[in-house]
Design a binder for this molecule. Structure first.
Ligand code: NAP
Length: 248
């Protein structure tokens, strides 16, 4: 699809990759409805980008956002399902000194699943429902997964959510393909954003050393794959890893 024809929602658009995608889309002439739980952060987006606070894990809020985006842009034919959070922790850990067992907090499991999986699913559902209701085709949904979908130490919750999102990319592509809606996913490796800037410096440096491309990824690297997924009408169902060759 030509980017100029897009009327597209970007979630998690206040920061990092979401903000970059919204900016690039606006520059390319797309209409963009940007949402984020951090409403203040949306202010930094360029003029012309429509913006509104959005909590993807809140079913009603997501439905209201989609209706607003459709009204505001005079239609809706795209979604970048990008909002995400981290709450890392080992499944269980034994403290060497005290012998105490620490367990992954249930609240951390629930929080990551609520945003990264349930939230992304609810947004895809609402956007697809709106496209079917209005007979909009072609339509496109791009899910932002992660290479952690293959499994990664300390990320049970995140891995579960991102793997399920990649699997459902295929499920939704099969369900929605006959209605002219493509669903694809991009799975970034380690990308320079506020999410990774919060990492322990030693772990961050060690991970960067293992990247065959020789550097951490930039939002622009991921945008190139997202742009491909939006533009290529023959790309659907699949999740593409964009990770500089890093594997966990
Ligand atoms: P980021 O800079 O933290 O941006 C994520 C944005 O999503 C933040 O503005 C965040 O707001 C927002 N958000 C959190 N919960 C939300 C909710 N319930 N509803 C709406 N918005 C919400 O992270 P990023 O690195 O750009 O990540 C973007 C996506 O790429 C995420 O899905 C992430 O899992 C994925 N990813 C990132 C990397 C990486 O290395 N950076 C690698 C693989 C995949 P707050 O800041 O207020 O929480």
């Amino acid at each position: 699809m030509d980017l100029k024809q897009l009327k597209i929602i970007v979630t998690g658009a206040s920061s990092g990759m979401g903000a970059h995608f919204a900016r690039r889309l606006a520059e390319a002439g797309a209409q963009v409805a940007a949402g984020d739980i951090d409403a203040a952060g949306l202010e930094a987006l360029p003029a012309g980008v429509h913006r509104r606070r959005l909590d993807v894990s809140d079913e009603q809020d997501g439905a209201n956002f989609v209706a607003w985006a459709d009204r505001t842009m005079g239609g809706l034919n795209g979604l970048i399902n990008n909002a995400g959070i981290l709450r890392d922790g080992l499944l269980v850990k034994k403290d060497r000194q005290s012998g105490q067992i620490r367990k992954l907090a249930r609240a951390d499991w629930d929080a990551v699943i609520a945003v990264n999986l349930t939230g992304a699913t609810l947004m895809a559902r609402e956007v697809a429902a709106r496209m079917l209701e209005t007979d909009t085709r072609p339509g496109v949904i791009v899910n932002i997964s992660s290479i952690s979908r293959h499994g990664n130490r300390g990320q049970s919750n995140y891995t579960a959510a991102k793997a399920a999102l990649a699997a459902n990319t295929l499920t939704w592509a099969r369900e929605l393909g006959p209605s002219g809606i493509r669903v694809a996913a991009v799975a970034p490796g380690m990308v320079e954003t506020p999410m990774t800037r919060g990492m322990n410096q030693k772990a961050r440096d060690a991970a960067i050393e293992r990247i065959p491309a020789g550097r951490i990824g930039l939002p622009e690297d991921i945008w190139l794959a997202v742009k491909f997924a939006l533009e290529c009408d023959y790309f659907t169902s699949r999740t593409v890893d964009v990770d500089g060759g890093l594997s966990f």
